[in-house]
Write a protein that binds this ligand. Sequence first.
Ligand code: ADP
Ligand code: MG
Ligand code: ZN
Length: 498
Amino acid sequence: MSPAERLLDFDQAMALFDPVLGLEVHVELNTRSKMFCGCSTAFGAEPNSQTCPVCLGLPGSLPVLNRRAVESAVRIGLALNCSIAQWCRFARKNYFYPDMPKDFQTSQYDEPICQGGQVTVEVSGQPYLIEIERAHMEEDAGKLVHVGVTGRIQGADHSLLDYNRAGVPLIEIVTKPVTGTGAQAPQVARAYVAYLRDLLRGLGVSDVRMEQGSLRCDANVSLMPKGASQLGTRTETKNVNSLRSIERALRYEIRRQAAVLVDGGRVKQETRHWHEDVGLTSPGRSKEQAEDYRYFPEPDLAPIAPSPEWVERLRRDLPEAPDQRVARLRLEWGFSEAEMRDVTGGGALDRVAQTVAAGATPTAARKWWTTELARWANQAGVELDDVPMTPDQVAEVQALIDRGVINDKLARRVFEAVLAGQGAPDEVVRSLGLAVVSDGAALSQAVQRAIAAQPEAAQSIRQGKVQAVGALIGQVMKDLRGQADAATVRQLILDELT
Ligand code: ADP
Ligand code: MG
Ligand code: ZN
């Protein structure tokens, strides 16, 4: 990897330049079989166990189009407010790479199935319009596994090929250049991909798991001097496989490009690779000369002509859009706009919804996912969806609180223990002895001990200074290691002394 490059301070960069974004998102569809053959698309199977002459590109094999993949493409296009082509074709994109056995990718070129859409995403209450250039169908490539110390191609001993992924249906969604986001550019990019993820999940067309590669984002960015209108030279950062890294990678690229420009240099048009571990991008392939893929219409597949009636039926059956869902849930849950922003901004919407479905009140569900669990996810550097605690378990902790088995303070220890993999909430309450003491005798003994330890406070209460009860409650709590219900303890002390 190249040494770290000079970076300009982000705020300084924003004082001088306007960033322009371009986002290319690849979505692996969750069809059971591949785009042009009957092979399974299941993730994680034994290498090369899901291949056939078609997806291996053997001579004489002929592709057959997966109808469900076309249906998913049309539904995605409709959900992105695109127009759907009444007639379109596949094209061959010719290039050689070992992960692509046919030596061409079956893709779409000048006749994509979906064109010209738009969506609006929100960052800190501010709406940003993202225009969609196109969404087209193509097939995925196989996977190269570089065997060596680093797992990278440089210095690898040898490389292995797994063609299970070759021919899995993909939709590539490409934005128009996104201007006007200013210093929010990295967050807008993140919010857009999060919006797409929610939308695609709502459509049920993909697993949308960034860490498994079923949702992948190439993040283009360029800078132009503030007030200019001509676009600068962009770089395209690959390998950004989490929402958090989209934001980080763009921030890095903006700072790096700003330093190049301020130093009188010129940004090279190239792909860059994001290195999550060290938080920087390194140069990849130069894109200064346009590659010639010798695209031509795919002769082995018939053109696609989705009938208007079919498209209209699919449009009618689209599920609620993510922003509509947010508006509906906000009303159902009785949250203020700021409270709802807390939930959506932190990527907690689904988790909160599932926790409510598991029986918790919306307020309790929001509280845990936006505090305790958000903090844990942030420290671990993972998304909330990957926190090792289920919505059911969160609802269970809340139920334990509501039943008086634990209090809020103990609940935090239950969260810690569950997140550390020590078991389900009821198990850790038992194994760590976290339940509040509800045994009357044990409680009144603790009250007696507190009175004996703090005779002056006890005397004050006897003389009517009820506010002195705080000191005694504190004493009892300390004695019982926090495992008591403060309101009960207060009542017991007052019963005893007044
Ligand atoms: P490529 O084939 O190089 O990946 P695409 O056209 O597929 O190119 O995608 C390029 C992406 O970058 C699109 O989202 C496009 O809108 C965006 N883009 C184009 N020019 C610029 C620019 N100067 N700055 C930022 N983004 C840009
Ligand atoms: Mg592209
Ligand atoms: Zn196959």
